[in-house]
Design a binder for this molecule. Sequence first.
Ligand SMILES: OSc1ccc(O)cc1O
Ligand SMILES: [Zn+2]
Length: 263
Amino acid sequence: TASSSRFVLSRVHPMWQEPLAIPGGDRQSPINITMRKSIYDPHLQPLSIRYDPRTCQQIWNNGYSFLVEFDDTTDKSTLRGGPLEDQYRLCQFHFHWGESNAWGSEHTVDRCLYPAELHLVHWNSEKYSLFEEAVMEENGLAVIGIFLKVGKRHDGLQKLVDALPAIRHKDSVVEFTRFDPGCLLPSNTDNYWTYAGSLTTPPLTEAVTWIIMKQHIEVSHDQLAVFRSLLFTSAEEEAQKSMVNNFRCQQPLRGRTVRSSFS
Ligand SMILES: OSc1ccc(O)cc1O
Ligand SMILES: [Zn+2]
């Protein structure tokens, strides 16, 4: 309920100190999506999401989240359509989550908080030749956001959950291959919201076309608990800090329109 989310948000500290001002920050992320204010756009094309499990390479703890990284040197795992004019290449996916199931997502829908949120990060391989280039450009990135709810076990996720103890500490990495990120998509990917925003971790660049799925996926309580067993800290550091609440606080809409692919 609204009151619980108000209580929740006042209680939880964001995971890192926000820079004082983002240069020209009028399209920052994450945001709350108000359903009744989103505009149905009948011209939005269907999304074309084609992932090749052979491009999956490794999984690592970067001190903010854990990233599953892909070989993005060719157009094998791609995203096209929807609001996008160009073809984008999958380079990594990661999650954001809370210390409890009451909160953890970055985006909210009508202020509804989810326990976690998955981000599948793609870069514009028609206009740029590297992610590092695209991340500085207005139409450089496309990120699919998927809400997680606690419920039945997600069988496809288990292979990833089983790899997490090996990357408990910041900067640890292990090989992670033949994983199909398509198994993490909801059954319906036709219904989504889209808006112009930013990365939610440094460098916070305003390069992201967000595509937020209306349908969530379910994972079990125990699977999510393993996410919380990760650490923000490296093996050398004295105080070990649990990797939880690794989400950014919500940002002003600044007049932006959120479009929906459904009426
Ligand atoms: O959190 S959203 C996000 C998007 C792109 C990226 O390269 C990193 C990110 O954390
Ligand atoms: Zn993210």
